[in-house]
Design a binder for this molecule. Sequence first.
Ligand SMILES: Nc1ncnc2c1ncn2[C@@H]1O[C@H](COP(=O)(O)OP(=O)(O)OP(=O)(O)O)[C@@H](O)[C@H]1O
Ligand SMILES: [Mg+2]
Length: 532
Amino acid sequence: MISTSSVELRAGARLLLADVSIRINHGDRIGLVGRNGAGKSTFAKVLAGETLPAGGQVLRTGTIGYLPQDPRTGDEESTVLNRILSVRGLDTIAERMRGLEEKMGSSSGDELEKILERYSRAEEEFQSAGGYSATSDAEAIATNLGLPEKIFTQRLTELSGGQRRRVELARILFSNAQTLLLDEPTNHLDADSIIWLRDFLSKYSGGLVIISHDVKLIETVVNRIFYLDANRNVIDVYNMGWRNYLLAREQDEHRRKKERAIAEKRAEILQKQGEKMRAKASKAKAAQSMFKRAEKIISATEAERVKDKVAKLRFPSPAPCGKTPLTAAELSKSYGSTEVFTDVDLAIDKGSRVVILGLNGAGKTTLLRMLAGELEPDTGAVAPGHGLRLGYYAQEHESLNYEETVLANMLKARVDISEGEARNVLGTFLFSGDDVFKPVKVLSGGERTRLALAQLVVSAANVLLLDEPTNNLDPASREEILGALREYQGAIVLVTHDEGAVSALAPERVLLLPDGDEDLWRDDYYDLITLE
Ligand SMILES: Nc1ncnc2c1ncn2[C@@H]1O[C@H](COP(=O)(O)OP(=O)(O)OP(=O)(O)O)[C@@H](O)[C@H]1O
Ligand SMILES: [Mg+2]
């Protein structure tokens, strides 16, 4: 159980929340929603006890499993399976048992007796913590989240960013914690894993708080909605599922509008009467009271709520280029003994649209990074065509320098960009005023996505390589980027698990990984994205 009383939240100088008192009970499944940068992740961090609020108290009972939006935690030397097991202390017991097993081989007599005794104690401990069945639970969770068995013994440092995140998610789900706080848990999952996660969470009996822009997940899993309204610095609590919440919000807005209109009318009448009466000296006092009443009526009804601003996104015309600006031939990649893909060929024609499909670990991000020139293939080569200008949007926002400011990052996006132009584009992506001097590390997930997209916009690229460009974006911003994709004249190579992004792209071709087969786009390929 987690409860807050009069919590105040700040980010730097900005007030995010004032006087918030909420409760998360056992069995609650809460969807924490709100626009990008509203303060959801900051609030989750406070609920988890990772940071203190600027004011008020947070009370926690029971164990809590917290998945941050951008987890880069954990002992780097640890292996994948041990990292997951460590949340229940199983890794250290297993380690001890292995040590004793080794010693058994080289000892005899009394010494062996002692070791055997210690071993049986360790094994008892191991069993009471869940033991072998827990280990196989952990393995099942990991597999369902798209972590192949062959990486279980790899060290965390060898994993991709997306894999690291999935390890952390597996660890939290394995923890058996009484309350789970999950910040964007689907970000690096493929369709099959998302479906599995939805099912897992629907059956979860503890308390649950999910921050997610994945409407489907929220719709199937949650039974309460906490709407974080950044304009009013409050959390509106709706004790209902997602669909009813949407209706209720609409009705609330409608009711407020009506109430406001009635109040304005009444105030206007009083005002007019007051003005008539004011002309006569004998009625000046009554007139005053009329004005006062009018004022009171207006101030007692809620003003129309400010609508959230939306980033206005438009990709500029691509720089001219030849018929086939990018070609790749016979690309192969292995990590250690694991073959990711072999002999993949691809030709990107001017203005063409290609979607890359494949399950978790099929090498989609790996292929995009090769096309972007960020990763050397083991065999084969990527050949730029005439006039190629690449724009690469990395899933992990690797293109951003976290220590530098928003503006500094933008100035690096194109050699000849002026500060004025950079600030203009940033403005349309909702970074205004002092926002441009924020270091990237303090930005919210959605803000980072917006910045990375802003970099693409000024690059005048004619081939865009996009790796999950809609992750982290709130619905309104997502619509904007989908619109921009639709209109863009250049070529796009897209990796996504967002069906809407594919349909906005209207792809001509699909590349299937790990086989590398190419096919013309048919609508039954949607089934591969949604798997439903
Ligand atoms: N140290 C800081 N200084 C200034 N601003 C900050 C600081 N830390 C966070 N912020 C700002 O606080 C706001 C809230 O961030 P938070 O990460 O909680 O948003 P969010 O609701 O999780 O958004 P998203 O949906 O994009 O993940 C953002 O605008 C962020 O830039
Ligand atoms: Mg966030």
